[in-house]
Design a protein around this ligand. Sequence first.
Ligand code: DC
Length: 228
Amino acid sequence: MKDLVVAIDGPSGVGKSTVGKALAACLGVPYLDTGAMYRAVGLAVKRKGIALPLEDPSAVAAIASGVDVRVTGSAADARTWLNGEDVSKEIRTPEITTYASAVSAVPGVRRRLAGMQRSLALGGGGVLEGRDIGTRVVPETPHKIFLMASAEVRARRRFAELQEKGSPQTFAQVLADMEARDRADSTRADSPLTDDGTYTRLDTSALSIEEVVDRILAAVGRPPQPPG
Ligand code: DC
């Protein structure tokens, strides 16, 4: 592995994207949101008229292998493409969040996306964030960070974001969804979210984004961000 690869894994809503983007900008390396790729496949599956819960994993894997999923742009302007269409916004709805979680449990989907992610990482380095980056995608990188915060704290942050967007979801719904996703992501048979002991663990509950980024920079052996 010739370029710097930083793996950031952790549960939903823990701040991986915000931290990952800031870190990639600081380090001057590409940023890859691997969850966006699962979301794009989830959207493709939904558009094929397939309902949840998924009943035929091989049909889902076939859809995943037939679509063109790309993530482009720098940390400041990351975009997700499905068959040449910019779906960056559409993949952020609660419905597609549920589809993404469902398709991410299908081994054929994971094989395809993890392979693409690995090629991107080995091709030019970067900050990759997801659930299995340090255990499956690039297990050989020495730079692995596992971000944590309680489901309560994460749901409170997500609820505030949704309220800003005018979403009608209640806090109780947001917390229940968060807990359901945690369960699904960490109990699936194929590369579940897990800290296998090779990570630097960071609890983000009481830390600002800057503090989290500075701690990761220290773990990676780089100087802290300039103030301001
Ligand atoms: O990080 P996110 O919420 O955008 O991820 C969407 C879904 O994809 C989530 O349910 C977990 C799954 N995922 C995964 O299984 N492996 C990854 N490397 C990234 C995301």
